[in-house]
Design a protein around this ligand. Structure first.
Ligand code: SAH
Length: 472
């Protein structure tokens, strides 16, 4: 086989087909595993065999000849895996196979193989095979891992559901209509139901759609309320990413990092709806109404929020109106700034010795006031995380001291956490406000109060290049 001519990818159906595996080591047992799963009639030839292969032989699932392979073993086989440790044996088998027009794979010689075994991402019936044509098997495996992380498990369920309906769709719909029908099913609300675990509903919808094919599938709009995490695009969940790429319209606030916004469907319309303390662009009621309208028009609306939508994100209010209007929606959790900042600042939110609980509170001032249960927040043995607390920082520190926390009680401000611009200002309830006041704080910031803050000295690990000088 020439290395410059590409191979032809095929998926072989091997049920009851004879396959020879010469060799019984590690690789062989992996191959045999897959061959048995594919229903092949497997013969293994090798003087000694791995435990798994011996067990399969004992259970009658394959035939094992405990001896060295000979040319005659190739007779009557459809495929041969020449994967012994011995190059000469492999070469002998390859020659015997070529003489009999049997396809052979050599473990030690990709160029001398008729076929290669790809790295596979599997979701039930759905298989994605990756091959480098023998040039870089490790690269194929790296890609396999990436795809595996990226492709939802539920794609297998989707394939299975489609399989269940395939014959009915065939008899019911003319050829041209079929492809369109499947496209809508496999890339629309029905698929989304499968992905979010609502298999029964999905099946009913599909049944419904097939009973009224002339009515075409309703292009029902839906809303994805998605947490975009604290800033680092790597912290998006795979579900967030998938829905971002399916959206027709993106509604976002100022808190969403441009790098994250870039990952949304490039063809989607983008509407900036938001909200940075003073600079209101759209009042909340208008955002809610806008979502109802867009989804009503049949659009897939992505409502992208910073952090987690249900943590100081008014996510609950936004979907209340959708629920009322009967519009389908799903909520995708995001990494809240509290855990993102804590992780990237090296400050564990709980710790067996210092904090048995953690509380998230808002530091947002209402008419210059902050009404919080200060008595509780000033208890020792806990961590308190204040969102939206830059302006109220002096008040917070003063109140906590007034309610009993020590003057040197540790506190830290994490600014633009998890991004390359992350800054950390560490101090105490007494000196933190002055330290912060002496710096220009732009961008979102989170206040963490508690003894766990001290752990940053030993556990801090994230030091983006541009900011090493500002570590307090
Ligand atoms: N739903 C969001 C919070 C929205 S409230 C979440 O779960 O994270 C907005 C506040 O979140 C900001 O004022 C700030 O206190 C905090 N915040 C969000 N992103 C941040 C970041 N990257 N660094 C520090 N604080 C952040």
């Amino acid at each position: 086989m020439s290395n410059t001519v590409p191979s032809l990818p095929v998926f072989l159906r091997l049920l009851d087909r004879p396959v020879l595996v010469a060799g019984a080591g590690h690789v062989a047992s992996r191959r045999v595993d897959r061959l048995l799963a594919a229903g092949a009639r497997v013969t293994v030839v090798a003087p000694t065999a791995q435990a798994r292969i011996r067990e399969w032989a004992d259970a009658g699932r394959l035939t094992w000849h405990a001896r060295a392979a000979v040319a005659a073993d190739v007779d009557g086989q459809l495929l041969v895996f020449a994967i012994t440790d011995d190059g000469d044996t492999n070469a002998m088998l390859a020659k015997a196979a070529a003489a009999r027009n049997v396809l052979v794979q050599r473990a030690d010689d990709a160029a001398g193989s008729d076929f290669l075994v790809p790295a596979v991402v599997q979701r039930d019936a759905l298989q994605i095979a990756i091959s480098s044509d023998g040039h870089a098997p490790t690269l194929a495996r790296i890609l396999r891992t990436r795809l595996d992380a990226w492709i939802p498990r539920a794609y297998g369920d989707l394939a299975r559901l489609a399989g269940e309906f395939r014959d009915r769709v065939k008899t019911r719909l003319p050829r041209q209509a079929r492809a369109r029908f499947w496209l809508r099913v496999l890339d629309g609300p029905i698929a989304e139901k499968v992905f979010s675990g609502r298999m029964t509903e999905a099946r009913a919808d599909l049944d419904d759609a097939l009973s009224h094919p002339e009515a075409a599938l309703p292009t029902r709009g839906e809303v994805y309320l998605v947490g975009g995490g604290p800033g680092d695009p790597d912290l998006l969940t795979s579900r967030a990413l998938r829905l971002m790429q399916r959206a027709d319209v993106v509604l976002h606030d100022s808190l969403i990092a441009p790098a994250i916004l870039e990952m949304a469907n490039p063809d989607a319309e983008r509407i900036h709806v938001g909200k940075r303390a003073a600079r209101h662009t759209l009042p909340q009621e208008d955002i809610n109404a806008l979502m109802v309208r867009l989804a009503g028009e049949g659009k897939r609306v992505l409502r992208l929020k910073g952090g987690d939508p249900f943590v100081f994100g008014r996510g609950g209010e936004e979907i209340a109106q959708l629920a009322e209007a009967g519009i389908a929606f799903q909520v995708v959790p995001g990494i809240t700034a509290a855990s993102g900042c804590a992780a990237y600042a090296g400050i564990p939110l709980t710790h067996r010795d210092y904090a048995q609980s953690v509380t998230f509170v808002t530091g947002h001032l209402k008419a210059g006031e902050l009404e919080l249960p200060w008595g509780q927040l000033a208890q020792r043995g806990q961590t308190v995380v204040f969102f939206m607390a830059v302006k109220s920082l002096p008040i917070i520190c003063e109140k906590l001291r007034a309610h009993g926390l020590a003057a040197d009680w540790p506190a830290a401000l994490v600014i633009e956490g998890t991004t390359v611009r992350q800054r950390l200002i560490v101090g105490s309830l007494t000196d933190l406000p002055a330290r912060v006041a002496s710096e220009v704080v732009q961008g979102p910031a989170l206040l963490i109060v508690g003894e766990v803050v001290r752990l940053n000295e030993t556990l801090g690990w994230f030091r983006p290049d541009s900011n090493t000088d500002t570590q307090a």
